[in-house]
Design a protein around this ligand. Structure first.
Ligand code: PEP
Ligand code: MG
Length: 325
């Protein structure tokens, strides 16, 4: 089977009825670009940039960031990359002093909230991202956006960084798509407002599941409750995809859910056309896409959306996947 999946590398992820599905890879380190391309990724849909903070004792400088970003861009040779800004805190503990008395770190000072609290640090990263545009095209994405004000503040720090670079005569491109993660239920509910503010969205199911179901994603005692098969999660995903489509805004998914083949058909049926997954999952997800038609997935999704429990959903997903493979 592994050899068979390998042969899929140079084949498109298009469905049997010829609908194009874009397959991107998720990375944390520049060296992971190659494994993504080797498995047929068309680009990088999520570059988690935290590794510079997680693997060394001193805070990374602007040139540390820039070197890493350039390496990624060069390895991609013109293919697209979505660079996500700092997503530290909670499950990603950095090498600088963090509040240690947080009772609920996942509900605390993490991600874009943390970046906005440490604007100097945030600005260093954004300057490096902007400067990296001279090496090739990038998109910038803000994580864990919860409300409009927070997004506007993050965008403001970015435009300040642009002005600073301009004043200093440092070259960069202003032609950058700005996007946000949809990974907090409030962002799904407010999507019709967020569409006015960004160029694209990416659904982060890892966090969306934990916040929608009130289940800590890293707590094994409640792990059985943590599932994308919960009908409420499918409804949130549908809301996000529908609202983005109504406003002609691109939307992708980069959470682990879209790297699990049992979800591929229902996600295609709900209208998802861009998947960003770990390199190891690319061939398998491609294989499912190439084995189905969109009308078939739409019909299946409509049936799944009427189910009332995670157990029923999971059973339906498994049965359908067995049928097509
Ligand atoms: C997510 O939450 O789905 C996501 C992709 O981000 P992370 O796993 O890095 O929190
Ligand atoms: Mg997340």
């Amino acid at each position: 089977l592994a050899a068979k999946l390998e042969t899929l590398r140079d084949l498109p992820s298009d469905t049997l009825d010829g609908q194009h599905v874009t397959m991107f890879g998720n990375i944390e380190f520049p060296a992971e670009v190659k494994p993504c391309l080797d498995r047929g990724a068309e680009g990088i849909g999520l570059y988690r940039t935290e590794f510079l903070y997680l693997t060394r004792d001193v805070q990374p400088s602007e040139s540390d960031h820039l070197a890493a970003y350039r390496e990624v861009i060069e390895a991609l040779d013109g293919r697209p990359v979505v660079m996500r800004t700092l997503d530290l805190g909670a499950d990603k503990i950095p090498n600088f002093p963090m509040p240690d008395d947080e009772r609920n770190p996942f509900l605390g000072l993490r991600s874009t909230r943390l970046a906005l609290k440490h604007v100097d640090m945030f600005r260093i990263q954004l300057r490096a991202m902007l400067r990296a545009t001279t090496a090739g095209p990038i998109k910038i994405m803000f994580p864990l956006i919860t409300n409009l004000l927070e997004l506007r503040r993050a965008k403001m720090v970015l435009s300040d960084a642009m002005e600073d670079l301009e004043e200093e005569g440092i070259p960069f491109s202003r032609d950058i798509d700005i996007g946000m993660m949809v990974e907090v239920p409030s962002a799904v509910v407010m999507m019709d407002h967020f569409v006015q503010e960004v160029d694209f969205f990416s659904i982060g199911t890892n966090d969306l599941i934990q916040y929608a179901l009130a289940v800590d994603r890293s707590n094994k005692d409640v792990a059985s409750l943590y599932t994308g098969s919960d009908p409420s999660i499918l409804r949130l995903i549908k809301m996000a995809i529908d609202t983005a489509a109504q406003h002609d805004k691109p939307i992708s998914m980069c959470g682990q859910m879209c790297g699990n083949p049992i979800y591929t058909m229902v996600l295609l049926g709900l209208g998802l056309r861009t998947f960003s997954v770990v390199p190891a999952a690319i061939p398998e997800i491609k294989r499912v896409c190439r084995s189905v038609t969109i009308p078939q997935c739409e019909e299946f999704a409509a049936r799944v959306m009427s189910l009332e429990s995670a157990r029923d959903v999971k059973t339906a997903l498994r049965e359908e996947l067995i049928k097509i493979l």
